[in-house]
Design a protein around this ligand. Structure first.
Ligand code: NI
Length: 536
């Protein structure tokens, strides 16, 4: 098997090729042999034409996505994104004749991106983005966006590549080039290897930060040789000051992992473009994605688990206020028992530990909203509630691509205003049925006893992963619940379909709504007041 993977990293210019390895598969038409990463890529123009006159080779550097000169695309013009928010925005995107649905999609998508950037960054300053084409051939267009986001912390460069079918008007994210979630996981292993090979001092990317999720695999394409290229934004998998990280997976290794679209894209992206035009508008304007679920979107609901089955005893472990320093240890413990949990995250920990949020999401845990500043929402007014929840929605969306549909009001404190705002934002309110009081008693064995004794079919157990004692307690809690035959599930799995704005305390079936356990509510208020003085 051909095994040739490389990692390249560079702040601005694609410069350093770290590792090139091993054999080259004989007979790979598109895979040129390189003895080192130094070889010059073949150029589209002026390349010698062989007797059978094959299409000219694609342009681009061997560690990056292919590049198409926009001048070779008939009638293409540049549009500027209109924006009237507070941040300074300079975003352009291409408009190609007879591919108007693509331009419409890009306008919506980029507008959403700018909004999410602004919402997630209280210190947002500016958002700039420009485009280039990475493919224009055989009914396919590849548009690669390079953006620079500037906030009070500085500027970071990021990349997103979209794929568009000119016949059907379907647009696809980069992860759709891969056949399915299993294939994306396999590709992720190859990408981790490629990054792990970067031991030449240049590659301080951490393979452990690379997960098979759409928000990381959002700029995928091919180099001129047909090797698959994944590019990660500055700061995603290596320190931000190092700029982007790119991984190149050999064409032969990537081939079996590609979807039908991926194979088409590879073939379209690896020929030189001399003049490209779209003869007619799309036959069908799907104005959307094709087909089934896109790889890299991880569901918090496992189809193989049925909590309504009386033989399945489900319990939801929930962790608030994080993620914390030791949350990765908790994730290890959950993984050991194939257990799922729900993390009700707050804003600043998400900003501090984005890698942990991505990992938890990638491993099938549920990420839910616990507000930016942990206020008592009942006293805040609807505008304040919305502003607080909005930031965390945007933060988690930017890290994972996931739009959360559960929230937990701090201290369990809610009112009609909170209900109406959460209904509006598509968030169900989740309280708890078992309180371990782990924030108060930093005693692992006490926390353990409360969790295990309180566990019952349908229980929602409240803990806080910012406390080391809770992480310690969780190891034994998870082991013991597993031994007792419990299935540890996410809240969404436990509750099934939820209604935005509604409040849930457990997943015990057939609880009449009005009897939402009066003792529970009394407990929440009392505990809440104490917690208010306790928590930061
Ligand atoms: Ni809290």
């Amino acid at each position: 098997m051909n095994k040739q993977s490389r990692l390249a990293m560079a702040p601005d210019h694609p410069l350093i090729t770290v590792v090139v390895a091993l054999a080259v598969l004989a007979g790979m038409v598109l895979s040129a042999t390189r003895s080192s990463g130094e070889a010059e890529p073949p150029q589209a123009h002026g390349a010698p034409v062989s007797e059978s006159a094959p299409p000219p080779p694609a342009s681009g550097d061997p560690d990056g996505l292919t590049e198409v000169d926009a001048a070779d695309v008939a009638g293409v013009r540049e549009a500027e994104l209109p924006y009237d928010g507070d941040v300074s925005v300079a975003v352009t995107y291409p408009v190609v004749p007879n591919a108007e649905p693509l331009a419409d999609f890009l306008e919506r998508e980029l507008t959403d991106e700018v909004h999410a950037f602004e919402a997630a960054n209280p210190g947002a300053v500016s958002f700039e983005a420009e485009w280039n084409l990475t493919a224009a051939h055989d009914g396919l267009l590849g548009v690669r966006m390079t953006r620079v986001e500037t906030d009070s912390e500085g500027s970071r460069e990021g990349y997103t590549t979209y794929w568009y079918d000119t016949a059907t008007a379907a647009h696809h994210p980069s992860a759709a080039l891969v056949g399915g979630q299993e294939q994306l996981e396999e590709l992720n292993g190859l990408v981790r290897d490629a990054v792990g090979n970067g031991d030449g001092g240049e590659g301080s990317a951490d393979p452990g930060l690379i997960h098979p999720i759409g928000s990381l695999y959002d700029s995928v394409g091919f180099n001129p040789d047909g090797d698959l290229v994944v590019e990660f934004d500055a700061g995603q998998v290596a320190p931000a000051e190092e700029g982007r990280t790119r991984a190149v997976v050999d064409a032969g290794e990537a081939e079996g992992l590609l979807s039908e679209l991926g194979l088409r894209v590879r073939d379209a992206a690896t020929v030189g473009v001399e003049d490209f035009s779209i003869a007619a508008p799309p036959q069908a304007d799907k104005d959307g994605q094709d087909g089934g679920p896109v790889p890299g979107q991880v569901s918090a609901v496992d189809e193989d688990v049925d909590c309504s089955d009386p033989d399945t005893r489900c319990v939801a472990l929930t962790y608030d206020d994080g993620p914390g320093e030791r949350t990765p240890e908790l994730l290890d413990a959950l993984a050991e028992y194939d257990a799922r949990a729900t993390f009700f995250v707050t804003g600043h920990p998400v900003m501090e530990h984005p890698h942990t949020v991505r990992r938890a999401y990638a491993e099938g845990h549920e990420i839910a909203n616990h507000t930016l500043n942990h206020p008592d929402l009942a006293g805040l007014g609807t505008g304040g509630v919305r502003a607080d929840l909005d930031v965390v929605q945007a933060l988690v969306y930017r890290e994972t691509g996931h739009t959360m549909d559960l929230m937990r009001p701090p201290y369990g404190s809610t009112d009609e205003g909170v209900a109406s705002v959460t209904a509006d934002l598509g968030l169900a309110q989740v309280l708890w049925s078992v309180d371990t009081l782990d924030w108060k008693d930093r005693d692992a064995s006490l926390v353990h006893d409360r969790a295990v004794k309180g566990a019952s079919d349908g229980a929602i157990i409240l803990m806080h992963d910012i406390h080391g004692t809770t992480v310690d307690a969780s190891r034994t809690i998870i082991r013991e619940l597993d031994e007792r035959g419990y299935t540890m599930v996410t809240v969404s799995q436990l509750l099934g379909t939820t209604t935005p704005g509604e409040t849930y305390v457990d997943g015990v079936p057939e609880t009449p709504e009005e009897s939402a356990d009066p003792s529970e509510e009394a407990g929440e208020r009392g505990e809440g007041d104490e917690e208010a003085s306790e928590e930061v």
